[in-house]
Write a protein that binds this ligand. Sequence first.
Ligand code: PLP
Length: 330
Amino acid sequence: MLCSGTAALHLALLAADVKKGDEVITTPYTFTATSEVAEYIGAKVVLVDIRNDTMNIDETRIAEKITPKTKAIMPVHFGGHPCEMDTIMEVAKLHQLTVIEDAAHCTPAYYRGRPVGNLSHATCFSFYANKCITTGEGGMLTCHDPDFAAQVRKLRLHGLSKDAINRYKSKNNWRYDVEQLGYKYNPTDISAALGLSQLQIANTLHERRQRIAKWYMESLKHISGIILPIELPHVVSSWHLYPLRLIPELRQHRDALIAFLAEHEIATSMHFIPLYEHSYYKNKYHWKSSDYPNATLSSESEISLPIYPQLTRASVEYIANTISKFFSSI
Ligand SMILES: *Cc1c(COP(=O)(O)O)cnc(C)c1O
């Protein structure tokens, strides 16, 4: 466990030996945390457009962005719907790259019957306040390689040879060494305790989200003008988000829909403003939105509906009716 999902992503890159000048491939359709960790190191962020159906990185287009400098691929499981991991792992193997998953939305999610967290070299989870399970602030990294895990543990606490427990467990064992430059990325004991209790209810919370997604599907499917999120048959989504989209021809009404729902006491959100739209990345990389047509279209037409375990069926129906009202008014 770590103090945040961002810390997990940062240490994953360091443990994968990503260095200044190396290239890291990810999606523009994510939160800045995914790419800022590469910036911390001075690695170059390379973007691959998303698929239109799941809004995840288009796995078939990763290979064309690989150069001799590429070190890692960072897929982001958008909204908790897992990326096409078999293909991504094949590409990575072929080019000897490390795969670091941003699974901030995935507590839990499954790909071909396997839990996200068990699919690649390193998987990074977030327990931030708005995530599927939360410790207030917190994160987690899972991996198979014990050396990778040991390196992450050491970097997590100042690069020390021993953490405090190991220093004080046995008598006369106070000596320690700073073996490398590390970070202050440990979780608090309090957030770790919260995490243990959240784990016990994680599946129950997930089942409620799945049920709410079904209700939305039933209540919204008759409304024309919108595209409902899909769940491909070989995955199980966490349903961290319920990302609705307006059909492309109606996308100019997206902001009005958000305002209309707000007038009816329905709080929504939008995921994501693509990385290339933000000033920092614009100034640094001069990416063109026209190079990422699918991400651009989704960002212009998306609206994230309320989804949280306590949401009632009556509320889902009220939301669906309000959306229906909006479309009959335009
Ligand atoms: C929340 C989030 C993160 C960062 O997690 P923190 O725990 O807030 O550091 C990273 N990536 C994505 C896609 C997220 O939504």
